[in-house]
Every structure is written in C-alpha cells, then in structure tokens.
Ligand binder design. Structure first.
Ligand SMILES: [Zn+2]
Length: 471
C-alpha cells in the first residue's frame, strides 16, 4: 500500500501547518491548562511498545486511578468499602471483575457523589439526546488533554497534522453552540472549517461540494452518513473531487459500512480512517493506515464482556465496557458503552503494540419487537442489510407490530434483493408482518445531525434499551 509507506515518514506538512502544530495549537492548549503536547509525544513513543509492555503500564496506571478515586470520590469510597475492594492489590485488568458496571442510569442517580474532592476546573457535557438516554457528566482538564492528545496522534498516523486545511461536517448542537467568535477565530487560524450537518437537501449538498472544491482541504472529518451523502451527490452530478489533494477522510460517530468506505475512497480519491468513540466514553480506538482499529490503551481500558459478565475471548463478540484513566475527577469506571464488539487475536502489521478492535457493531440497546412479542436486538435485522454491497445507507422503521418499513439508499435494488429482504425480515419478525421496502434518495437525520439506523414506534421502546437487554 503506497499510503502506509508514505505516512511512515510522518506528516508531510508545509510551513504554516508546522507553525500551527508546533506553536499555535500548543499555545492554545497551554492557555487552556492542557498538557496535550507532552502527552502526544509520550503516546507517539509508547504506541511502538510491545503489547506486554503496554499492558504492564496500563495495569500500573489503572492501580493509580483506582487509588485516587477510592480516596477522593465519595461514590467509589463507599463502593470499594462495600465490595471489600483494595485497589493496591490490583494485579491485572481482570481484577476489575470485582467491581460493578457503570451505566447512564447510575451516573444520573449518583452524579453529585461522583465528583472528586478537590477536583480541578470541570466542563459540563451532555449527550444521548438521540439515543433517548440523556446523560450529563463532567470532564476535567486531565481527561480533555488525554482525548486531544490521542486524537492528535491518530491524525498524524495519516500524514496530516493540526493546521492542515480541514473541513468538518458535523451536527452536534454542542459544537454549534461553541461557535463563538473566539472559536471561529481559532478554527480559522488552524484552518479548520465547519459545515453544519443539519440540512440534507440537494442544495445543501451542492453547497458542501462547492466548499470542498474551493477550500481544497487536506482532510475531511464527519459522520460517515453525512460524508457519504455528499459523495453520493458528487457522483450523481459527475463532479470530480478525487484530484483536490484530499489525503484522508476521518469518519466517526456512527458505524461505517463497507459500501460507504468504498464510495468515500472513490469520490475523494483517498483512504478512509475510521474512529470509534463517544463524548461520554472517550476517544476509544482509531484506524491506522494498515487498516486496524487500535485501542488507545494508554488511557482506555477496554473490556469486552459476554452476556454473563465474563470477559469474551479474543475474537468473541461482547459488550464494550470502558475505563477511562484520565477521568479521576469524574470517573468513568467500567462504563457500559452499549456497543457490541470484539478484540482481535492478532497484532497489526503496522507494528504498533496497541490492541486491535476487530469489530464494532453499534448499539446493543436498539431492539425490535417480533410479531409474537419477542424482543429482538436490532442487529437481527441490520445483519440482513449489512451484507448488501450496493447499500449506502438504511433505516429500519418499525411502525407497528405487523408493519415494518425498510428505507434504503442504494445504487441499485433488483427484484432478487428486494424479495430476499422481505423473506429474511419475515423469518425474524414473523410471517404475518408486512415488510415495506422503499428505495429513497436520502434518510432524514435527527436534530443532532446523526443518523438513526433503527426507529420504532412500539411501546417496548419507551423503556431505556440498556435495561431491556437484561430483562
Ligand atoms: Zn496498525
């Protein structure tokens, strides 16, 4: 692969990019009280350590983290006492099994007791509006620095750096609210430009395409569905964006489908780098040029747990549970992401010792209800569609127990595929369920700009899905 040999030498950056990466951005980080510059340098060294050395450092940091929160966080003082858990005795990540999992509900219930005594300045965050489980939490400077450093490291894996012209297609209301004058000035200096991913009309997509042509960014960043819509529109209009010099497309926030990856690669003429993380759980894993999703193991302890709570074997699917070691001010300890995934048994060809996430399958707490009342994970249906190579996007909309609409954005949909979808959906939901397959131009996004893969109007969804899973 020519790309990997190219980026192995580090970012090919111009003078202005070096100014940003070496001076402007570090200065901003210092003013914010972040030590992300030093952290990034450390991460760029430790990524080449052996898996064993990384695991040893992780266990060491985990012990320090647990000692800190056991002393400073009332919720964990109490919990450790109840469980007779002694952080000092921790030998490996497996010892975390003695502690309960943390979900959004427990954070909501104990938010005040989860703040550490003597914590530094904290920023308030909220998330989950689109998943129906809102969450308010706090982020301290240590965590912010670690997240910035981890994202920065992964950016540089691809031969680009902070300061290279970037176009961001994003719709999070938080990002938009933060668009005050100072942030616009900073983004302007760092050559990062935001296109709000709200409207999905053809006019908006054409405006996005014109922006990309005019600005000739070195990198694109956004939801896979938003960027795929832009790419699909460019292809439809035969607009060539492959020669603009875009070096990489970073996608995150949703599952990336194989067809989306191919579309983005072809239209923008560059590789696609997938990222997995969330505002609450943190920056968990990022794809390297050799194609592996590397877990940011220096800061993130990732457990993959089977339904019985036991650790899954390498390659075995389970729920992804995260401990973020930079969160001692407001701990995320064994936090349930609600996503399903598996760790790879194999090391990556790039030589980094960071663990590899083999598979991320999205929210486990999306359910559908079969004709007979059985509650099924939405993946029972999404699997059927994910095999279709021509599919760019889809949405499954359960309107009633006996009526489900399947909306597809696809280049083609032949009669064979159509009848296969109906047959496979009925096999899972019930033979009497009407399966209405619609080929559509686009799929509406929720107000945050995020794409919902599964919608249901059934009562079973009124309760938060995370709990239903254990019913
Ligand atoms: Zn790799």
């Amino acid at each position: 692969m020519s790309q990997s040999s190219e980026v192995a030498t580090g970012p090919r950056s111009g003078l202005y990019t070096r100014l940003c990466s070496n001076w402007l951005f570090p200065l901003q980080e210092r003013l914010k009280g972040h030590d992300s510059v030093a952290l990034r340098r450390r991460l760029e060294a430790s990524q080449w350590w052996s898996a064993e050395a990384l695991a040893e450092q992780q266990a060491h940091r985990l012990r320090d983290f647990l000692l800190s929160i056991g002393q400073r966080v009332p919720y964990y003082q109490q919990l450790f006492a109840q469980a007779a858990f002694e952080p000092r005795g921790l030998q490996s990540v497996r010892d975390l099994q003695a502690l309960p999992l943390l979900d959004k509900r427990s954070i909501r219930a104990h938010s005040a007791q989860m703040l550490a005594h003597g914590h530094g300045p904290l920023a308030r965050y909220s998330t989950g509006g689109s998943s129906g489980e809102p969450l308010v939490f706090w982020i301290g400077k240590a965590r912010k620095s670690h997240d910035v450093a981890a994202k920065w490291r992964a950016t540089r894996w691809w031969g680009v750096d902070i300061g290279d012209p970037e176009l961001v297609v994003w719709g999070s209301p938080i990002e938009l609210r933060a668009q005050d004058r100072l942030k616009r000035l900073r983004d302007g200096l760092l050559r990062s430009h935001l296109l709000p991913a709200f409207g999905v009309s053809e006019a908006t997509l054409d405006h996005f395409i014109a922006s990309i042509q005019r600005r000739r960014p070195a990198m694109l960043f956004g939801y896979p569905s938003s960027l795929a819509q832009i790419a699909g529109r460019a292809r439809q209009r035969s607009v060539d964006l492959s020669g603009l010099g875009i070096r990489v497309v970073f996608v995150t926030g949703e599952l990336l489908y194989a067809a989306q990856r191919v579309l983005l690669q072809e239209v923008f003429g560059c590789p696609v780098a997938n990222g997995y993380g969330a505002r609450d759980a943190g920056f968990i894993a990022h794809e390297c040029p050799a194609g592996s999703l590397h877990v940011c193991a220096e800061d993130i302890v990732l457990e993959v747990l089977r339904a019985d709570g036991q650790p899954a074997a390498p390659g075995e699917l389970g729920e992804l549970v995260v401990t973020h070691l930079g969160t001692a001010d407001f701990p995320f300890l064994r936090y349930r992401t609600g996503d399903m995934g598996a760790l790879s048994p194999y090391a990556c060809a790039c030589g980094r010792g960071l663990p590899v996430l083999a598979d991320v399958q999205g929210k486990s707490n999306h359910f559908v209800v079969a004709e007979n009342g059985a509650v099924l994970p939405a993946s029972a249906l999404t699997y059927i569609l994910r095999d279709m190579p021509q599919l760019v996007q889809y949405q499954i909309h359960q309107r009633a127990r006996d009526h489900t609409v399947v909306r597809l954005v696809a280049d083609t949909l032949d009669a064979h595929s159509h009848s296969r979808i109906v047959r496979d959906f009925q096999a899972r939901l019930g033979a009497g369920v009407q399966i209405e397959v619609q080929r559509v131009e686009q799929i509406e996004v929720v107000p945050s700009g995020k794409h919902r893969f599964v919608l249901s109007e059934l009562d079973a969804f009124a309760a938060p899905g995370g709990e239903a899973r254990h019913a």
